[in-house]
Design a protein around this ligand. Structure first.
Ligand SMILES: C[S@@+](CC[C@H](N)C(=O)[O-])C[C@H]1O[C@@H](n2cnc3c(N)ncnc32)[C@H](O)[C@@H]1O
Length: 261
């Protein structure tokens, strides 16, 4: 982006735009690129980790659509990129409703511009940390009496304990019909030096990191049965030839897909 839209601060690194930069996108400013480059020099596999996160997202959405899911809520959806959720879902099931939710006005504006002609796709502004408001908006598009999949990809590691992430995920589970799904990825403090430096970089960005260990990520799936192979490095979740990235060691997080019990 050359000029910031009105009301947008281009000088504070923005977590959605930094992620866009890792993925090779163009929707970012100099401050986003500088912070993302700092991350890249600290941990060169950060780009591969972002790509693997997207590849796992693609496999998950394909799997959910094949399993019969026709309603998907993608919270912390990020800037539109290649292989958006609705594109993957609609290849299997054009009638699958996809609702994107993000709290970043730039993400929402880009999404609405890109998707204005799409069918069965909505983009709404919502903050995960304000679940009543978010779910009220989403319920205008989603029928919670029918199965739904909540996608929380690379989101919960921006939500700190004070904002009660476990309670909010449980609230979403309790609202969901039997046969609903939860799928998520979450960064972990795998490499201590890198994690500490990453925490510092993201402290200066629009959202600070809340890294969690495997044992702290697993309870988000309370009330769900994890599909095989469980909560694993995203690259190891049902890898396929289309999305396999050779020779990376980008496993600084975990991902899983659970079916509501
Ligand atoms: C790293 S991006 C992940 C994008 C996408 N889910 C993916 O995994 O490819 C994180 C996104 O979460 C959004 N986000 C962070 N905190 C949020 C919150 N409290 N509510 C809604 N969105 C949030 C950011 O604006 C950003 O777009």
């Amino acid at each position: 982006m050359s000029q910031p839209p009105p009301g947008v601060d281009p000088n504070t690194p923005n977590v959605a735009r930094m992620y866009d930069y890792y993925l090779g996108g163009k929707d970012n400013f100099a401050a986003d690129r500088a912070a993302a480059e700092q991350m890249t020099s600290l941990f060169p596999d950060v780009r591969a980790a972002a790509l693997e996160n997207r590849a796992f997202l693609a496999r998950t959405v394909h799997c959910l659509a094949e399993a019969g899911i026709r309603q998907i809520v993608d919270i912390g959806s990020g800037l539109p990129t290649q292989g958006n959720v609705h594109e993957i879902a609609h290849r299997v099931a054009p009638d699958c409703k996809v609702v994107y939710v993000d709290y970043d006005p730039v993400v929402v504006a880009h999404g609405q511009a890109l998707l204005s002609r799409g069918e069965n796709v909505e983009v709404v502004m919502g903050d995960f940390r304000q679940p009543d408001d978010l779910l009220a908006k989403v319920s205008q598009e989603i029928d919670f009496d029918r199965p739904v999949a909540f996608l929380l990809f690379a989101l919960l590691h921006f939500v700190h304990e004070a904002d009660k992430p476990y309670e909010i995920v449980a609230q979403m589970r309790d609202l969901s019909a039997p046969g609903s799904y939860l799928a998520l990825t979450h960064a972990t403090p795998a490499i201590p030096d890198v994690s500490e430096a990453a925490l510092e970089i993201y402290k200066k960005a629009t959202a600070a990191l809340a890294l969690r260990e495997y044992e702290e990520i697993l309870p988000f799936f309370d009330g769900y049965e994890l599909l095989d192979p469980g909560l694993v490095a995203p690259r190891d979740w049902r890898p396929d030839a289309d999305t396999y990235l050779p020779d990376t060691h980008a496993s600084v997080g975990f991902g899983g897909v659970g079916r509501k019990l």
